[in-house]
Design a protein around this ligand. Structure first.
Ligand code: NAP
Length: 525
């Protein structure tokens, strides 16, 4: 008999809820977490300015009515300390810590077909077995460490946004930030007022839409009065959250009307800005109309036209993850801030004194790497996952293969929460996490009620799902951008569009249907 019914890997928002729900249903569950506390993403990513880009009223659990009524968010978009407090509060409120082993990283998973259980090995030498394993390992949890010459030669302090130390002091120092995605933007905006000088090394200019963040105020009680209905509606939206303005088609908006329409959506801000247009990701000409308009907004915020020109993105808006900012572009109007376009002045090497880009050596006290993650598959293939002769790394060499983003054939009883080929990173993660966690718990209850203990997707259904997700993505502009959705940020990684683009509501309908049909496409034994 296995040591546990279920081992859950990770104590972020997915792992915490999976533990709670399965334990409530009488399963014996152990969570194994690499960090020393709960929180996942919000435990590790403590860099200055770290903040969610989905509104707090949506980026929060809905599974417990008392929890959602009692928790008070202070801002429209919660900052990392508040999100971490929330995760800790949930862990304490539901007494979850007693089933979590902290400070141990899962290194290997081995399926034994005879005993029908997984053997789980951790970095601290522990070996445990479980009938089922749920990888709640996060989509953006394995940092990408660019192979920059001389990285170890730097004599100053080298910091990573993805594992920020508590004692980083930046005041008055000469600081560089490499990377201008969401993490870079937030860091740059937060530290610009306190550092001595700031040099930003940009490879690709991004689109950032204003957050219009602020105290949440009365909006929270208005939402709470109808929270259940709101959550139900959010689960049927494409993105897993709701936007205040109605969705329209750009194709129906004339050239003269467009600026006023975009102004209105800009005032709402955030990811809703592009969510509002159903055709923005399918029609290149319509996308270009919005992209051009946003570029003009960016240009207007930056005093020096030469700097502004470097900040203008060239790819179609929203094909890479949109950034949400609070005064990012204005930072470049400060005298102590310099933008280096590394496509024109490539980083030759990191030196003992700083960064050599083109022919210039930038002398620095601190280098901050905000260079992203091996997204979606990175945390799964970082583990040595084996089933007989098959390894997950080999199976996914040409891109991930899953059925519903929940399981991969050949690896029975192993689930992924928000795995590749599910809406995951294209959605409000909390909505998608809750859906997957509930779906997995229902399947395990279903198996137990029938005296069954093994589940695996059928090859044909997996093949169909992979094809369907790729075909759907190909109907959009998304695969055209060199994004982390495509694995394009990791040298050597197969370029395949990884998330399911059909949206949260459509995905729910499919996965609900699969369950209602007795888990169609899965072999239950
Ligand atoms: P990211 O979006 O992948 O950005 C990484 C940045 O580093 C990009 O500008 C990238 O350039 C650059 N870069 C990568 N390798 C480089 C190299 N070798 N040399 C120079 N530049 C390099 O990563 P992230 O900013 O951590 O964000 C990842 C995702 O996490 C986001 O898209 C979002 O989904 C999530 N996130 C959300 C929030 C939020 O809620 N507000 C905050 C942080 C992160 P290229 O674009 O050319 O690859």
């Amino acid at each position: 008999m296995a040591d546990h019914d279920v081992i859950v890997i990770g104590a972020g928002f997915a792992g915490l809820y999976q533990l709670h729900l399965l334990r409530q249903r009488g399963f014996d569950v152990l969570v194994i977490e690499a960090g020393e506390d709960v929180g996942g993403t919000w435990y590790w990513n403590r860099y200055p300015g770290a903040r969610c880009d989905i509104e707090s009223i949506e980026y929060s659990y809905s599974f417990d009515e008392d929890l959602q009524q009692e928790w008070i968010w202070s801002e429209r978009y919660a900052a990392q300390p508040e999100l971490l407090s929330y995760a800790r509060h949930v862990a304490d409120r539901f007494d979850l810590r007693r089933n979590i082993a902290f400070g141990a990283r899962v290194e290997a998973l081995d399926w034994d077909e005879t005993s029908r259980h997984w053997t789980v090995r951790t970095s601290n030498g522990h070996v445990r077995t479980a009938t089922y394993v749920v990888a709640a390992t996060g989509c953006l949890s394995v940092p990408s460490r660019p192979d920059l010459a001389g990285l170890d030669d730097f004599g100053g302090e080298l910091l990573w946004t993805s594992s920020w130390p508590d004692d980083a002091g930046l005041a008055g120092k000469r600081v560089a930030v490499v990377g201008t995605g969401s993490s870079g933007l937030q860091t740059i905006t937060a530290i610009a007022p306190v550092v001595g000088s700031l040099t930003v090394f940009q490879r690709t200019a991004c689109y950032a839409v204003p957050a219009h963040n602020g105290p949440i105020g009365d909006a929270l009680s208005a939402v709470k009065a109808r929270y259940t209905d709101r959550r139900a509606a959010s689960r049927m939206t494409p993105s897993g959250y709701q936007c205040p303005l109605e969705t329209t088609n750009l194709a129906e908006i004339s050239a003269t009307e467009l600026p006023a329409v975009l102004d209105k959506h800009w005032e709402v801000g955030g990811l809703c800005f592009t969510d509002a247009f159903a055709d923005v990701l399918v029609d290149p000409d319509e996308n270009e109309r919005v992209s051009t308009w946003v570029r003009e907004r960016i240009r207007a915020k930056v005093d020096d036209p030469a700097v502004a020109a470097k900040l203008l993105p060239t790819f179609p808006i929203a094909t890479k993850r949109l950034c949400v900012d609070t005064g990012y572009y204005e930072v470049y109007n400060q005298d102590n801030v310099e933008l280096v376009d590394i496509t024109a002045e490539p980083i030759e090497r990191i030196t003992e004194r700083g960064i050599l880009a083109g022919t210039r050596e930038h002398e620095l006290d601190v280098i901050i790497m905000a260079t992203g993650f091996d997204a979606m598959t990175g945390a799964l293939t970082a583990m040595d996952v084996r089933s007989g002769d098959l390894t997950l790394r080999e199976k996914w060499e040409d891109g991930p293969r899953t059925y519903l983003g929940l399981m991969s054939g050949g690896f029975p009883n192993l689930f992924t929460v928000c795995g590749p080929q599910s809406p995951s990173v294209l959605s409000n993660m909390l909505t998608s996490i809750e859906y997957h966690v509930g779906w997995i718990a229902n399947l395990l209850s279903h198996l137990r009620a029938r005296g069954l203990a093994r589940v695996e997707p059928l090859p044909e259904n997996e093949d169909n799902w992979v094809r369907a997700t790729n075909d759907l993505a190909d109907l959009t502009l998304m695969p055209q951008a060199a994004s982390w959705y495509m694995g394009a940020n990791i040298p050597g990684k197969q370029r395949v569009f990884m998330p399911f683009v059909g949206g949260v509501g459509m995905y729910k309908q499919v996965a609900d249907g699969v369950a209602a049909a007795g888990y169609h496409g899965f072999e239950l034994t």
